[in-house]
Design a binder for this molecule. Structure first.
Ligand code: ADP
Ligand code: ZN
Length: 623
């Protein structure tokens, strides 16, 4: 069934289908976001372009709509099989004739898709790149009527990028073989070198680039002092994200297992995911995360690529990633649906030490190590900053933000104070110096606070002038001082000497009193609470999604339960049936008629037809 049949009103005065009415009738959305409209018009008119938008920015519509508006079938090249499958499921739900062509299909299934393509029975066809480049597929495309090529995750053509895929290189053939078919390349990775490579390889010279802001205003950035990370994580989930879907990242498999078990014990629906688990378990855990409500996945960074789940409410890091790019990509998996979400990270001295060690011990060249250290330093800078995290983050990607304060990061919501740390720094540096620069954090703290341990006695450190000179601070505070001195580069941990803390060249200035040292002072414990209180008091939109009030919650729960049942029955993720924002819309509007229901964002013609009566019945029962 061509799309015109499901949306017979898509004809404007000029006799052309109009983008806005397709947006409304098929996707149930009332307005374009950002540059979507411009992009849709440009591609529908036959133009090529490059689209750079952050995750969740709404890239899909930029090619889905033109594919529906132009004659022929839109070919979408995507490297991620799980993502293709879910996108197609969503489109089919909305009544669009969409299909996939990849290695998961049987011969018969693939033949049927090919038949539909040639019979002009498809509006969108998702193809894996290696499949597209086969002679058989190219011959098929020669015979078909093609409306456009969309190359998703286009940064995979870049050899310098972090997701290089050799099969993407071959895609330059599209421009040569189908010069008259518009090409739209899309990515969320925006640096200049990658951008240039995409333009070169995909034949986009001269075509416009549409670059959206990379800000994710619905994500609240928070970085806390790591004390006991697991306890902090449990409190964070219990107080702020109970019952929400989330991703927790850890560096090691052992820590993933341990953390998942601890969360499960605390009553959180948490599942581990890492490369050491067998494929069946991984698939099962990923499916539960995608299809069920409120599952938390605890994973190594192996998890996430191709996860298109829109309602991930938080991403938590228990270990420091290796760069701002990685942090941004991983935290970006939260809140694709634009609803309030949190990026939370616990960070401490051991993180810097561990990452530095990994770089030092890596097999990379000196240049590689240098670049890696610079990237790590930039991330540590973000973690230590006392000013707005969002400005810092966007600044790193070359974007400036209006105003100094975003109002939605921990530093803006609960500004940390700065105190003069010159004396503390001098005490700590002298202590490291007098003990021979051979000891790690624990021992230095013992000496500073004058704790008589076996080791202190063994080395005679109780006889040193620095013994007990730091009693005014407790162990936790000394750890924070130490972490910041390492972050500032006055101290460095030596991987060759078991993490012994050594003075750097710049420490001299501090010891002589020539260099100022300002330390970040976060009010211990109270900060989390302050942020939470603010978000409760603040506007409704900044409240965590799961904290609806009273009667609404009952309807909410009923709608979610209904959605889970439908999703199970149809074998698709819950969000493919209805997005959270649509559920919220229904719960707050409480429609009593089909036309009221149709006005809610996310309810298009097909969803109204399929689910309208059931949804109205649920609302009525809940009233
Ligand atoms: P991306 O591919 O850029 O990560 P998606 O295309 O998956 O983003 O869109 C992210 C979310 O935003 C989806 O839930 C989608 O339905 C929603 N969305 C996109 N465009 C609009 C719009 N114009 N109005 C409302 N919601 C939109
Ligand atoms: Zn801010």
């Amino acid at each position: 069934m061509p799309v015109s049949a499901i949306a017979p009103t898509l004809v404007d005065g000029t006799g052309e289908r109009d983008a806005l009415s397709v947006l409304n009738s098929v996707f149930g959305l009332s307005a374009f976001r950002g540059a979507q409209q411009q992009i849709v018009e440009h591609v529908t008119g036959g133009g090529n372009c490059l689209v750079l938008m952050p995750t969740g920015g709404g890239k899909s519509l930029c090619y889905q709509l033109p594919a529906l508006l132009r004659a022929g079938c839109g070919i979408v090249v995507s490297p991620l099989i799980a993502l293709m499958r879910d996108q197609v499921a969503g489109l089919v739900e909305a009544g669009v004739n969409a299909a996939v062509l990849n290695s998961t299909l049987s011969f018969d299934e693939a033949s049927e898709v090919e038949r539909r393509l040639l019979a002009s029975d498809l509006d969108l066809l998702y193809v894996a790149p290696e499949r597209l480049l086969t002679p058989r597929c190219l011959a098929l495309l020669d015979q078909a009527s093609i409306s456009l090529f969309a190359i998703d995750e286009a940064h995979c053509v870049s050899q310098w990028g972090h997701d290089f895929r050799p099969e993407y290189i071959g895609l330059s053939l599209i421009a040569e073989r189908f010069p008259d078919v518009p090409r739209i390349a899309l990515t969320a990775t925006a640096d200049e070198a990658t951008r240039k490579e995409i333009v070169d390889r995909l034949g986009l010279a001269g075509a416009p680039s549409f670059v959206a802001s990379f800000d994710r205003p619905n994500i609240r950035y928070e970085i806390v002092d790591k004390q006991n990370a697991q306890t902090q994580l449990k409190a964070f989930i219990a107080e702020r994200h109970r019952g929400d879907a989330g991703i927790v990242y850890c560096l090691s498999r052992a820590k993933v297992e341990d953390t998942a078990a601890a969360l499960a014990k605390a009553g959180v629906e948490a599942l581990p995911y890492h490369a050491g688990l067998d494929a069946a378990t991984r698939a099962k855990h990923q499916d539960r995360f995608l299809n069920e409500d409120g599952v938390v996945i605890v994973a190594t960074i192996a998890f996430g690529m191709g996860i298109d789940k829109p309602d991930v409410r938080f991403v938590a890091h228990l270990d420091l990633p290796k760069s701002i790019e990685a942090y941004y990509q991983e935290t970006g998996r939260a809140g694709r649906d634009s609803k309030p979400s949190t990026a939370w990270m616990a960070y401490g001295l051991s993180d810097i030490v561990q990452q530095r060690r990994m770089i030092d011990e890596s097999a990379g060249s000196e240049t590689f190590k240098r670049v890696s250290i610079d990237k790590l330093d930039a991330l540590v800078g973000l973690a230590e900053t006392v000013s707005c995290r969002r400005s810092r983050l966007l600044g790193y990607f070359g974007e400036t933000v209006a105003g100094a304060s975003c109002g939605n990061c921990d530093n803006c919501l609960s500004p940390p104070s700065l105190r003069d740390g010159k004396v503390a720094a001098q005490k700590l540096l002298s202590c490291a110096y007098r003990t021979g620069q051979r000891f790690g954090a624990m021992h230095l703290i013992d000496v500073l606070v004058g704790r008589m341990t076996e080791r202190v006695g063994q080395f005679g450190h109780d006889k040193l002038s620095v013994f007990g000179i730091g009693r005014e601070l407790n162990e936790k505070q000394w750890r924070a001082v130490m972490r910041q001195l390492v972050a500032m580069g006055h101290l460095r941990s030596d991987s060759d000497a078991f993490g012994a803390l050594k003075l750097t060249e710049s420490a001299r200035g501090v010891l002589k009193g020539e260099t100022e040292v300002w330390l970040r002072e976060s009010a211990p414990g109270s900060r989390n609470r302050a942020i939470r209180t603010k978000s409760r008091r603040g506007d409704l939109a900044s409240q965590p999604a799961s904290q609806g009030g009273g009667a609404d919650s009952a309807l909410h729960a009923a709608l979610r339960g209904w959605r889970s049942a439908i999703a199970r029955q149809r074998g698709v993720p819950a969000y493919v049936v209805l997005h959270d924002s649509t559920i919220d819309g229904i719960a707050s509007v409480r429609p009593t008629t089909l036309s009221q229901l149709r006005n809610i964002s996310g309810i298009g013609d097909k969803k109204l037809e399929h689910y309208g009566a059931e949804l109205l019945a649920l609302v009525k029962a809940g009233a």
